[in-house]
Design a protein around this ligand. Structure first.
Ligand code: AQP
Length: 332
């Protein structure tokens, strides 16, 4: 079975619709016919300013949300990144074959430091894509389900794998990004020219999965639409409506053309009201399930401990092979 790996950052109290539709839904679907490894990437979360107590809480909340979304810990290996030391160990190795200029071309770093300036960012944020490459390569993953914003990082991962293989002998499998076109980029509800984001969106622009469902419904009803009154998918001229249609279609499994027909001549009001109902129907049980998983911390931690153990059965041999190829003397 092909292997799949992906990770998500515990940088907020809740995941949002962009995370869910862009990535997590694919994680759930892929576990059926893949050998799946999914992790909460806490090492990535410390690249920006954060509160240690909040991180601990958010790491568990993240794991609980993954379970609520449908990740089955029997079929998939679910774990916390820092429990598997080979991620950081391989990241060091990868950083020694990455060019400064190459790392400097990563657009997400530029985006994330656009406001505060790169000088104020940490070295960790700069080298984050190298750690991400290690996350993927240490599992010999074939596929990496992500949103469009992560495509460049998977490309870097392939380049580094190829370089390592070329210099030290074939060691790594080259991973492919797995990006579902329709939901690759979910946009901010108030500013449909930018992506829905934990750090960049205003509260009204983002739908958190763990928000009060009533508040989420309100956000949908007050989402920015466009001039005119036709519910049609036109990304260029009607990005607000196109984004809502994408969300509606993804949550219901109905075709966009079918939704366009249903709302023809009915205006935006009806459309947004119905979508608000669809969203409430989705988030209400999701929230309940997440809270149930969070109620039993001991069980949650046990699931993660088992996941880390299974993960290490894969990462330890990979790292041993890498160290050998690098010319390190075999350790004790
Ligand atoms: N708006 C989005 N549309 C589609 N996919 C998205 N993803 C994030 N935002 C969107 C995907 O979610 C997965 C996990 O993301 P992450 O935790 O690594 O955080 P991120 O990519 O940096 O995005 P966030 O959640 O918006 O956080 P910030 O604000 O910190 O940038 C990834 O697969 C990502 O592609």
């Amino acid at each position: 079975r092909p292997r799949v790996l992906s990770g998500i950052q515990p940088t907020a109290d809740s995941f949002h619709f962009g995370n869910y539709l862009g990535a997590l839904r694919q994680w759930v679907a892929l576990q059926d016919d893949h050998d799946a490894f999914y992790c909460v990437v806490d090492l990535h979360a410390i690249t920006v300013e954060y509160d240690p107590k909040a991180l601990r809480d958010r790491t568990r909340r993240s794991a609980a949300q993954l379970l609520a979304a449908g990740i089955d810990p029997e079929r998939s290996t679910l774990f916390v990144q820092s429990h598997v030391p080979e991620h950081a160990q391989l990241a060091w190795v990868m950083s020694c074959i990455t060019g400064m200029g190459e790392a400097g071309r990563m657009t997400q770093f530029k985006d994330k430091t656009a406001k505060g300036g790169a000088d104020r960012a940490t070295v960790g944020l700069f080298t984050y894509p190298i750690l991400q490459a290690a996350d993927i390569l240490v599992y010999q993953a074939d596929r990496v389900p992500v949103g469009e914003d992560q495509r460049q990082h998977v490309e870097l991962t392939r380049d580094l794998a190829q370089r390592f293989n070329h210099r030290f002998g074939k060691t790594f499998r080259l991973p492919e990004p797995y990006i579902v076109k329709e939901t690759a980029k979910i946009f901010d509800l108030q500013d449909p020219s930018s992506k829905m984001s934990k750090s960049g969106s205003s509260p009204a622009g983002i739908i958190d999965l763990l928000d009060d469902p009533k508040a989420s419904a309100k956000k949908i009803r007050s989402a920015v639409t466009d001039s005119g009154r036709d519910v049609i998918f036109d990304q260029e001229n009607k990005p607000g409506v196109a984004n809502l249609l994408t969300i509606y279609s993804a949550l219901t499994g109905r075709k966009i053309s079918e939704l366009e027909d249903e709302y023809a001549g009915r205006g935006y009001g009806d459309f947004k009201k119905d979508l608000a109902d669809v969203v409430v129907e989705f988030v209400t049980p999701f929230r309940e399930k997440t809270l149930t998983y969070l109620d039993d911390k001991a069980q949650l931690d046990a699931i993660l401990a088992r996941g880390a153990e299974r993960a290490r059965a894969v990462t330890e041999p990979t790292l041993a092979r890498v160290y050998d190829r690098l010319g390190f003397v075999t350790g004790p």
